[in-house]
Design a protein around this ligand. Structure first.
Ligand code: GTP
Ligand code: MG
Length: 196
């Protein structure tokens, strides 16, 4: 899969205001600061496409980026951001979950997980929720440039073990670094396969 063009289209807080042209899309979700926006920039080869920040809570809206004039990458706000008030968090979670549940052109959701951490309750709960609701997803471990390969293998194994407690088989698993561009081809090829 070759990305020739990547253009920002629209930001909003309601799935009903998302593009209505029926083009297929792929969304990126995960805890605040896990590297969703950076991964979109890495995949598209444009560091300025999605806004990133070292401070959690940067992406607040549903952002559509049109790729090759044929499909969309969607950058979503992070969940589990402690500094957001409870009311704001509930509103947040409502529009994100509505988007995931109602968006009929959503082909796959990439759930981003920080490769440096042991399995996190909030991430496991989110993936179990996706399973219950029949939302197809893949697991993407981020920031692998920040961890040794032995520690990475240990965390991957721990995640797999946890997942297999509630799942018969694992969804596709990717390991990535937006710094070194590791994982770029694999994710783009996977998207290419799903678009066929
Ligand atoms: P929110 O929009 O706040 O939910 O965050 P996000 O998940 O979009 O994270 P973002 O892409 O803004 O990245 C957060 C921080 O992590 C930034 O400082 C990035 O530079 C850094 N970062 C993201 N991916 C990587 C990576 O693969 N390697 C390293 N070393 N840093 C990364
Ligand atoms: Mg972001």
């Amino acid at each position: 899969m070759l990305i020739k063009t990547a253009t920002f289209v629209v930001s909003n807080t309601n799935h009903k205001d998302c593009p209505k042209d029926g083009k297929p899309e792929f969304a990126f979700i995960g805890r605040s600061n896990v590297g969703k926006s950076s991964l979109i920039n890495m995949l598209t080869g444009n560091k300025k496409l999605a806004k990133t920040s070292s401070t959690p809570g940067k992406t607040q809206l549903i952002n559509h980026f049109e790729i090759n004039e044929q499909w969309y990458l969607v950058d979503l706000p992070g969940f589990g951001y402690a500094k957001v008030s409870k009311v704001a968090r509930l509103k947040f979670e409502k529009f994100i979950s509505e988007y995931l549940l109602e968006r009929s052109t959503l082909i796959n959701t990439f759930v981003l997980l920080d490769s440096r951490l042991e399995p996190q309750k909030i991430d496991l709960e989110f993936m179990n929720w996706c399973g219950e609701k029949g939302i197809p997803f893949s697991m993407v471990f981020t920031k692998i440039d920040k961890i040794s390969s032995s520690a990475l293998q240990k965390n991957l194994a721990a995640y797999k073990k946890e997942m297999l407690k509630s799942w018969e088989e694992l969804p596709p698993v990717f390991t990535t670094s937006s710094e070194s561009h590791f994982g770029k081809e694999k994710i783009l090829n996977y998207i290419g396969q799903m678009l066929k």
